[in-house]
Design a protein around this ligand. Structure first.
Ligand SMILES: *[C@@H]1O[C@H](CO)[C@@H](O)[C@H](O)[C@H]1NC(C)=O
Ligand SMILES: *[C@@H]1O[C@H](CO)[C@@H](O)[C@H](O)[C@H]1NC(C)=O
Ligand SMILES: *[C@@H]1O[C@H](CO)[C@@H](O)[C@H](O)[C@H]1NC(C)=O
Ligand SMILES: *[C@@H]1O[C@H](CO)[C@@H](O)[C@H](O)[C@H]1NC(C)=O
Ligand SMILES: *[C@@H]1O[C@H](CO)[C@@H](O)[C@H](O)[C@H]1NC(C)=O
Ligand SMILES: *[C@@H]1O[C@H](CO)[C@@H](O)[C@H](O)[C@H]1NC(C)=O
Ligand SMILES: *[C@@H]1O[C@H](CO)[C@@H](O)[C@H](O)[C@H]1NC(C)=O
Length: 583
């Protein structure tokens, strides 16, 4: 919607023009047809059909009554809301219909206003009302008479109230209704014929009601339903007859219920289903051919169940599946043939929080070369084998959070060139060397928090340099030091090179610094200076990128290639990247 100017309220006028003009303004406003209550904001909008319309929003809170007398009767959109800490306390009678009805009203919100009940005929005459939002009030019940006259209403929000009871045919005055939200109420029974006349209903949300069971009969009246949600409804099962009535469902969300099993014909009628969420139930197994008729299914979530096994044909016929979430179960192995039907289609898979050894996951990833997103959180991973992602060239998102990684998996990530989101938070990383930092620079979203960052000049020096000079600024600033104890909890954002602890052995670090400077100076003669240092009694490692890269180049020429494509050139940035380390 586009906003254009509209006469402002008294309060704003007062602010703008001052006391002198106030008298004149008041006189004008009280005489004019178009006025705006002091506690509201009025603006001109262009509605969905391109016509000019008036929008009134009263959002400051603390209202004891709707300022109905000052409201312009021509308003098309009226929003009465309140911030959580300053609710309204309102009652609704037939205020919008008497004495002159708001016959242009198309959209009405009265939310967070402690409305205890809706009177009979409250909205009578609002023939143009399409959208009615009464969420977040104190309604304990609704009856048919509340909605009389709303023949063109398409959206009704009654969520976040205390509704316990709705008699049969509660909505039968709303033949055009398409969207009904009743979530977060206290409904325990769906009365027979509750949804009579709602033949056009396509979205129904009953989540967060203590329903325990769903009466199939009720669904007979809403056969055009496309989206049905009943999360946290205390359901132990759903009669398949229901899905026979609402067989056009495209999205079904039954998450966080108490299913202990699924019937073999549970979803047999739902041939158009595209999204199915069964996360947070108690399912111990998914049997063969469970989703045999869901050839259109794109998204399947089975997260947070008790699955120990996916049967070999559990995903049979799911040839359109793109997202599979099996995280937080008890799976410890796979049948490879389980994934055969989804090889071509699958784009994301979440393995997080299972008892899976890495080789089980590696084998599945090998047969899913098109995968874009992989969840590997909470798997107690200490180290990823070198070729773990060799087949996952198209990886875009990778979640490695909540593991026990001690070193940044640089080698692996050099192969996943398209990676754009990496979560490696909650691990045991102590440092990022320059190679790692360079690789990270090419990744758009990175989460590195809650690792064991060592704030001394050797370990954190390069990170600080990147923080102040590169796009990694925002990723590094929020990190906190873990060691030394003196600095634990200090933020990298507040850190300077001087504040960092000296390197573990200062003398050697200085030596290496000198050697490092020599390296820079003599360039190709670096090898010679290394040799010189090696002759010292206690061996000192010069941890330069140059040296590492060369070593790798011998082992893995293909990796060097990849790195070259990533644009990392052998350069020595600053002296603190030369780490003196006693071996
Ligand atoms: C509305 O419900 C809330 C929460 O139950 C309660 O604190 C408040 O007093 C109720 N308001 C009215 C006007 O009944
Ligand atoms: C509202 O519904 C009535 C009856 O179905 C219809 O005649 C009228 O045109 C509708 N109003 C609008 C603005 O669509
Ligand atoms: C139900 O939807 C159809 C198609 O969108 C429409 O033609 C019909 O008028 C609607 N019925 C009511 C009562 O609004
Ligand atoms: C899977 O699809 C095939 C071919 O369309 C069909 O014959 C078979 O019955 C389906 N499987 C199940 C369990 O419905
Ligand atoms: C699993 O990962 C996907 C994306 O990879 C994410 O959308 C989903 O929320 C994750 N599931 C859980 C339970 O964290
Ligand atoms: C991983 O497990 C820890 C505790 O074991 C939990 O606090 C955390 O929320 C889990 N991570 C995710 C992403 O669920
Ligand atoms: C890093 O971010 C901070 C605050 O977000 C900003 O003030 C600073 O200029 C940024 N530095 C660089 C080098 O981008």
């Amino acid at each position: 919607m586009v906003r254009v100017a509209w006469p402002r309220g008294r309060q704003r006028t007062r602010l703008r023009i001052g006391w002198l003009l106030l008298g004149i303004t008041c006189a004008l406003v009280s005489g004019a047809r178009a006025s705006c209550p002091a506690e509201c904001a009025c603006s001109g909008i262009v509605d969905t059909e391109g016509a000019a319309a008036l929008r009134v929003e009263c959002a400051a809170g603390g209202l004891r009554a709707v300022p109905i007398d000052q409201l312009d009767r021509s308003a098309q959109v009226l929003i009465i809301s309140a911030p959580p800490k300053r609710p309204n306390f309102l009652t609704i009678g037939p205020i919008f219909t008497q004495p002159v009805p708001f016959s242009n009203l198309r959209e009405l919100h009265i939310v967070n206003s402690n409305v205890p009940s809706i009177g009979q005929y409250s909205f009578w005459g609002l023939q143009n009302l399409r959208f009615l939002n009464l969420a977040r009030n104190n309604l304990t019940g609704v009856v048919a008479d509340n909605f009389r006259g709303l023949i063109n209403l398409t959206v009704l929000h009654l969520d976040h109230n205390h509704i316990e009871l709705m008699p049969s045919e509660t909505f039968h005055h709303l033949p055009a209704l398409k969207t009904l939200t009743l979530s977060n109420n206290e409904v325990s029974t769906l009365m027979p014929r509750l949804f009579r006349m709602l033949a056009n209903l396509s979205f129904l949300d009953l989540s967060d009601n203590p329903l325990r069971d769903l009466n199939p009969e009720v669904f007979k009246d809403i056969q055009h339903l496309r989206i049905f949600k009943c999360r946290r409804c205390l359901l132990k099962g759903v009669n398949p007859q229901i899905f026979h009535f609402v067989s056009h469902l495209e999205e079904l969300d039954l998450g966080d219920n108490q299913f202990q099993y699924l019937l073999s014909d549970q979803f047999i009628s739902l041939t158009r289903l595209r999204r199915l969420r069964l996360d947070g139930n108690d399912l111990p197994v998914v049997v063969d051919h469970m989703f045999g008729r869901q050839r259109e299914l794109r998204v399947l979530s089975l997260a947070r169940n008790r699955l120990a096994l996916l049967a070999p044909a559990a995903l049979a016929n799911l040839t359109a599946l793109t997202h599979l979430d099996i995280s937080y179960n008890k799976i410890d192995r796979f049948h490879l043939q389980t994934f055969a039907p989804v090889i071509e289609s699958l784009k994301t898979i979440n393995f997080s929080g299972n008892n899976l050894p890495l080789n089980e996951i590696a084998i599945v990833l090998q047969i899913l070369p098109g995968i874009h997103g992989v969840g590997l959180a909470n798997l107690s991973i200490e180290e990823l084998p070198p070729h773990f992602f060799s087949y996952s060239e198209h990886l875009v998102a990778l979640d490695l959070s909540w593991n026990k990684l001690k070193a940044f998996p640089f080698k692996l990530l050099s192969k996943t060139r398209f990676l754009q989101r990496l979560d490696i938070s909650h691990n045991q990383l102590q440092t990022l060397d320059e190679r790692a930092l360079e690789r990270l620079e090419a990744i758009a979203q990175i989460n590195l928090v809650k690792n064991q960052w060592r704030c001394d000049q050797c370990f954190a020096g390069p990170m600080l340099v990147y923080m102040s000079t590169s796009v990694l600024n925002d990723s590094i600033r929020p990190l906190k030091c873990y060691l030394p104890l003196r600095l634990r909890g200090a933020r990298f954002a507040d850190m300077t090179l001087e504040r960092l602890e000296a390197c573990p052995s200062t003398r050697e670090a200085q030596l290496s610094l000198v050697a490092g400077l020599m390296l820079v100076a003599v360039g190709v003669l670096a090898a010679a200076s290394v040799a010189l240092c090696v002759t010292r009694r206690r061996a000192v490692h010069y941890y330069t990128n140059e040296e590492k890269r060369r070593a790798h180049a011998h082992d893995h020429p293909e990796e060097l290639l990849a790195r070259a494509e990533l644009g990392s050139v052998a350069t020595i940035h600053a002296p603190y990247t030369l780490v003196g380390k006693a071996s």
